[in-house]
Design a protein around this ligand. Structure first.
Ligand SMILES: Nc1ncnc2c1ncn2[C@@H]1O[C@H](COP(=O)(O)OP(=O)(O)O)[C@@H](O)[C@H]1O
Ligand SMILES: [Mg+2]
Length: 431
């Protein structure tokens, strides 16, 4: 459970965030450092960069200072299983990496990270933490980091040991076993489905090639066909890989804890980038509430913290019924340029969450900073029309030309027509 992060001299902005203990939503334009912040959050809790552990990843590399001559710091704290751990890490230019606090690091509980490109990482205290005092002299067993292909086909260590069978083999194995894992997978798939009419239902196993000997899981489509999971749409593959990843992590955690005769972890942190990626609006509207619900049910965790990046107004609108300022926070990244010729700066702020009730109002809110939810052309003509309406003496010829443009660009039911027609008819430039 991440409590705070304070960054000095790294990334686009110096910033301090005090995270909420349940849901943290992060918005902001492209390139302002949202994914970068998730990488740092992951590193703070696990001490390794995802790109350091798996060279096939195209992101998640070690964070470098902005000004190499100045001190760079990552100040962080998280509530671990036993206590709250606070540490200030500085960049060590000779190591080209960050100082690590001495002694046994605190256990942050389970940490999941779903990256925007379909890569996943998990840090499981049952498997990535020293089990005995004697092991502490050795380097800690690294976290599991999967490139998108490895999520499906399996993850191997450099020495050839299989760390994970991958979605295709595990799903097929679980389905044949008819045990707890398959039940969980089917339940998570059903829960992550957007409606009862559109449930992700596993079909019969099949083969898709003479050369691929693997039994291939399928999904039952509403149009009556069973489609191999590798042929499913990007949106469905995103949801099923999320479902598989959660179930796999939890199953392996349970198995490890059973072996050790211990209780499962009670704390889970889930970092998820571009949570809506590939999802249809219907799915975007359900993904956050259902993820929270699925994670607390699946892991029986007393505490689940979700830190999610989004570019979707639907995601913002979807959390309105559940948002509670005591447990949830909305963080927004903005580019500030007080004067036209100033160099812009990036600022992170915690915004008060006000229910807007409507997706288009979210688009024009501080979360997305659009001038309007219409086309850019319509937005420009509307600005001119609004300007003309504010004039004392309206130039009728100008208004008539604008009226023609508005007819081309606005929908018949656009609310702007009411005001436009009212003033136009009153002043006589509209019949
Ligand atoms: N390894 C790194 N070291 C230092 N800065 C980085 C690193 N990776 C990304 N950044 C910073 O983050 C910015 C990219 O931000 P990113 O998080 O990918 O944007 P987005 O908000 O779209 O997710 C870069 O322009 C750079 O300033
Ligand atoms: Mg990003």
């Amino acid at each position: 459970m991440l409590k705070h992060l304070q960054l000095t001299n790294i990334g686009p902005a110096d910033t301090k965030l005090d995270f909420a203990d349940r849901l943290n939503l992060i918005t902001g334009d492209n390139g302002l450092g949202k994914s970068f912040l998730l990488d740092i959050a992951w590193w703070a809790m696990t001490r390794k960069w995802p790109g350091e552990l798996n060279s096939r990843l195209t992101s998640g590399r070690v964070a470098l200072p902005t000004d190499k001559k100045k001190k760079a710091e990552i100040d962080f704290s998280f509530t671990g299983v036993v206590k709250t751990k606070k540490h200030v890490s500085t960049f060590e230019p000779r190591l080209q990496n960050w100082s690590i606090p001495p002694g046994r690091p605190a256990n942050p509980g389970l940490v999941f990270y779903a990256m925007a490109d379909g890569s996943f990482a998990v840090w499981d205290p049952a498997r990535n933490y020293w089990r005995t005092k004697a092991e502490e002299a050795l380097d800690r067993p690294p976290a599991y980091v999967f490139s998108p292909k490895e999520v499906w086909d399996g993850l191997q260590r450099d020495d050839g040991t299989w760390l994970c069978n991958g979605l295709i083999r595990d799903w097929a194995g679980w389905q044949k076993e008819k045990g707890r894992a398959f039940e969980s997978l089917a339940a998570v798939l059903a829960a992550l489905s957007p409606s009862t009419a559109e449930i992700l239902l596993p079909g019969a196993l099949t083969r898709i090639s003479l050369n691929d000997v693997r039994d291939m899981p399928t999904l039952k489509m509403p149009y009556g066909q069973e489609v191999a999971v590798v042929h499913a749409s990007s949106g469905m593959r995103r949801v099923i890989s999320l479902a598989y990843f959660l179930v796999w992590c939890w199953e392996e955690h349970l198995k490890a804890k059973e072996l050790m005769g211990e209780e499962p972890e009670s704390k889970t942190t889930f970092l998820i980038d571009e949570v809506e990626s590939h999802l249809h609006p219907r799915w975007q509207r359900t993904v956050i509430p259902t993820l929270l619900q699925v994670m607390s049910q699946l892991t029986a965790s007393a505490q689940v913290q979700l830190i999610a990046v989004t570019h979707s107004p639907l995601v913002m609108a979807s959390v309105e019924p559940m948002f509670d300022e005591q447990h949830d926070a909305w963080w927004d990244l903005d580019l500030l340029r007080p004067h036209e010729n100033d160099v812009a700066t990036v600022a992170f702020s915690r915004r008060p969450f006000v229910r807007l009730g409507d997706v288009s109002r979210w688009l024009v809110s501080e979360a997305f900073d659009l001038g309007s939810a219409r086309s850019l052309e319509a937005e420009k003509v509307l600005q001119q029309a609004a300007l003309i309406l504010s004039e004392k003496e309206i130039d009728h010829a100008k208004a008539t030309t604008l009226d023609a443009s508005l007819r081309k660009l606005l929908g018949d039911t656009d609310p702007f027509w009411i005001r436009w027609r009212y003033v136009g008819e009153k002043q006589g430039w509209l019949q």
